[in-house]
Design a protein around this ligand. Structure first.
Ligand SMILES: C[S@@+](CC[C@H](N)C(=O)[O-])C[C@H]1O[C@@H](n2cnc3c(N)ncnc32)[C@H](O)[C@@H]1O
Length: 216
């Protein structure tokens, strides 16, 4: 497969400096895979997070779509149902998460700090509540945008730093200020926007979730 090429890159400096942290994060999510209540394998398609992803992956509907930090692939599975011609890849650090992903998806285990895909090989990418665990955010964005084709769409949904403290978080987790992540994306993509996201159409966003949208 063209898109799956292991490329040689130097390891991320922070993870290299702290391999214990990388191991801790991976082990934590391997263990969390059995916690279906907090890490569900399915999602209601009416939830805005899902609909936003579907809308932004439309242009990639016949190409490769990469779900970065897919967990059990609940978003990827819906994308595949909507765009059956797409080659949808669930990509995650934790093999135990991927073990629950449906067979309709390709499953690839690895880190978003070193995505084992060829440059410009992916037509669309999504990262839902996963960038917050990347530790080296710029490195992860470099990698996601490297594998994205020019014109490819990227959707990131993550938590709003203005609401930091509202939930319990592991010590490595980071939330994002809207303008800060927009700026980081503008360094790598041509078209960038963001907005607050609610779960349901008839409920005003409570500010916790933000969606960032970019075109490379
Ligand atoms: C909160 S879960 C979200 C999963 C999925 N996106 C969803 O919404 O159901 C975060 C996921 O990111 C993965 N993850 C954390 N760090 C990662 C990394 N460096 N590279 C790839 N995946 C990572 C975890 O293993 C976990 O499955």
């Amino acid at each position: 497969m063209d898109w799956l090429k292991r490329i040689k890159r130097s390891k991320d400096a922070r993870i290299q400096a702290n391999p214990e942290l990388a191991t801790e994060i991976r082990r934590s999510f391997e263990a969390a895979a059995s916690d279906e209540a907090h890490f569900p394998s399915v999602i209601d398609e009416r939830i805005q997070h899902v609909r936003v992803v579907i809308e932004h992956m439309r242009t990639a509907s016949t190409g490769v779509i990469l779900d970065v930090g897919s967990g059990k692939g609940r978003f990827a599975a819906v994308v595949k149902r909507h765009y059956p011609q797409a080659h949808v890849v669930a990509f995650d650090l934790a093999g135990a998460m991927l073990a629950s992903a449906p067979a309709s998806l390709s499953r690839v285990c690895g880190s978003m700090l070193e995505i084992p895909f060829a440059s410009s090989s992916v037509s669309g990418a999504l990262a839902i509540e996963s960038l917050e665990h990347a530790v080296d955010i710029d490195r992860a964005l470099d990698e996601i945008c490297r594998v994205l084709k020019p014109g490819g769409h990227l959707v990131i949904i993550d938590k709003n730093a203005e609401h930091w403290g509202r939930l319990q978080t592991p010590h490595w987790e980071k939330w994002f200020h809207r303008a800060d992540l927009e700026d980081r994306l503008r360094k790598r993509c041509s078209s960038v926007s963001s907005r607050l996201i609610s779960y349901w159409d008839d409920v005003e966003p409570d500010g916790l979730f933000l969606g960032w949208f970019a075109v490379k």
